[in-house]
Design a protein around this ligand. Structure first.
Ligand code: AHM
Ligand code: MG
Length: 337
């Protein structure tokens, strides 16, 4: 008889809850609600060319970027899923200037806050290219029952309780960590469930892929220009030249490199002195996953997870992936600074 045993995301969450003797299931419930919202967003993305969901919404978000209709839809879906979980007392998202405070008595008792980029890589939506969702969960600093404040959202990345991402690609995957390794789940559309497909993901210490928007080359710091040339040089022992792969969706680029081994780079440049990616809801959750899988993330000088954010939407240069590759970029940046 064939083995049809599958472990769904919800089975897995419940199974893992037993590892924490004092856990009351709040984090499990939160993750469950994120999974449900992801399925709703996935459904919409699958129909992107058929329903009125592609293209610009006509609004500009806090970053001055044109919002896509899907950005707006996903933002609403994730916020309402988090509110109805009852475990989350506030949310910060890429699409909203300030944190959203859940003030009803049910939600304000929640223990956790969530930082989220509802649709990452949204400029790719119109062309059927993979996009993602990135999320990060922290324990609140303020007392339960009080309204959450800005300080709850400006915690060092190292204090994350859980983080993860969803990649809406040729299949849809949810990858998350609660600080005990990284596990990946693929959505089986026939049963509408995320099923464990990538248990205990470990990323190689060395890789052969570098991912960067090389079109910005002339604006890069000297160390990164030199590192790119190093990636392109022939060296049989270290497997160079490396392969360049760049989708332009952080989640998809990171996910590929996580599995295969590689480095994703978004440096500061003359046009954006702090790079493009946002520390709180893009860099920190991805950095948490990278570390939990044996990789590392840096801003070029220090570990991303050791930076205390001072504003919700602050940007940071970002180098993430296989540990030896990230260390090498830090060396190049130090040599040529
Ligand atoms: P977004 O959150 O507004 O979609 O922007 C973030 C995206 C990342 O997914 C991706 O790595 C980066 O922007 C690509 O930027 P660029 O087009 O400058 O290479
Ligand atoms: Mg983004």
């Amino acid at each position: 008889m064939e083995n049809y045993k599958i472990t769904t995301l919800n089975d897995f969450i419940i199974l893992k809850q037993k590892d924490f003797p004092y856990a009351k299931g709040e984090l499990s419930s939160l993750l469950h609600h994120i999974g449900t919202a992801a399925k709703m967003v996935n459904k919409k993305i699958n129909k992107a060319g058929l329903v009125d969901i592609i293209g610009r919404s006509g609004e500009v978000n806090i970053q001055g970027e044109n919002q896509q209709k899907l950005d707006v839809y996903a933002d609403e879906v994730f916020i309402s899923a988090l509110l109805s979980s009852g475990e989350c007392c506030g949310v910060a998202t890429e699409e909203n200037q300030n944190e959203i405070v859940f003030s009803d008595t049910f939600a304000s008792k929640g223990k956790y806050i969530v930082c989220i980029d509802p649709i990452d890589g949204s400029s790719n939506i119109d062309f059927n290219v993979s996009v993602g969702t990135i999320f990060s969960i922290y324990r609140r600093i303020t007392q339960r029952g009080e309204k959450v404040r800005n300080e709850d959202f400006l915690q060092e990345g190292s204090t994350q309780v859980a983080a993860g991402y969803i990649v809406y690609g040729s299949s849809t995957m949810l990858v998350y960590s609660t600080g005990y390794g990284v596990n990946g789940f693929t959505l089986d559309p026939s049963i509408g469930e995320f099923c464990l497909s990538h248990p205990d993901i470990r990323t190689p210490e060395d890789g052969s892929i570098y991912s960067i928007n090389e079109g910005n080359y002339i604006h890069f710091p000297e160390g990164i220009k030199k590192y790119i040339k190093y990636c392109q040089e022939k060296d049989e022992e270290s497997g160079r030249p490396y392969t360049l792969r760049y989708i332009g969706s952080l989640v998809s680029d990171f996910h590929r490199n996580l599995i295969k081994g590689g480095i994703f780079m978004y440096p500061e440049n003359e046009l954006s002195p702090n790079g493009k990616l946002r520390l709180v809801y893009e860099c920190n959750p991805i950095a948490f996953i990278a570390e939990q899988a044996g990789g590392i993330a840096s801003d070029g000088k220090q570990n991303i997870l050791n930076i205390t954010p001072s504003t919700l939407h602050q940007r940071s240069p970002f180098y993430v992936g296989s540990i030896n590759m990230v260390r090498k970029t830090e060396e190049f940046l130090a040599w040529f600074s």
